[in-house]
Design a protein around this ligand. Sequence first.
Ligand code: PXP
Length: 252
Amino acid sequence: MTLLPLRLGINIDHVATLRNARGGAVPDPLRAARLAIEAGADSITAHLREDRRHIRDEDMRRLKRDITKPLNFEMAATDEMVAIALDTRPHASCLVPEKRSERTTEGGLDVLLGHDHLKLVTAELSRAGVIVALFIEPSLEALEASRSIGVPAIELHTGTWCDALDHGETERAEAEFIRLKAAAARCAELGIECHAGHGLDYETAAKISALPQVVELNIGHFLVGEAIFVGLEAAIRKMRAAMDAGRANAKS
Ligand code: PXP
């Protein structure tokens, strides 16, 4: 059996974070998105948060208008964001939980509690031709609920795994990777496309690329950080190479 292609989505939120630190126009997230595409990104991800702490409404409009690869609109499933997404018409929307106090998206969606609402939002966006993914914890219950919601794709939250590795907590990391592996395998059985992201670096991206059911990684913070030292283009090319090397270890 041939291996599924693996896409790289580049999240440019933190280019906007840096821009907003000075309140001016630079660095421009659209310029970063164009460079990312030149360097091999398959799509661009941007998260329009309720508090607009990084990406702003105008950024979304410019990205949709000017980039040559698919736009993945990361958003909370609120009426405000659904209205903006319906107006923007991105290629895809990844629905995420959002808390004002958090520094980044700290956990997956509560797909059991939010089931009915997420089902309505998924139906509304899907009718408009937007491919919806739910950002979830790697749990089998969350996957069953995602199937019942009717999404074509989910994104597995890799943050807990990456965090455990960062803190040298080997056992916790191994247990979390087993959950990721089982969840990715279950996706294939359920006919749901499997994406993954949050906290990935070269090493963890290579390792998750070896899971044959994973077809898309979304990566931001680490690459924007690396860009300070080696440039965004070089960092993305190195990431692509790490993913390809990891994928070569996948057993289809
Ligand atoms: N995927 C989702 C759903 C996210 O919320 C984020 C963070 O915005 C990412 C991927 C990218 O995570 P990171 O910036 O840690 O690479």
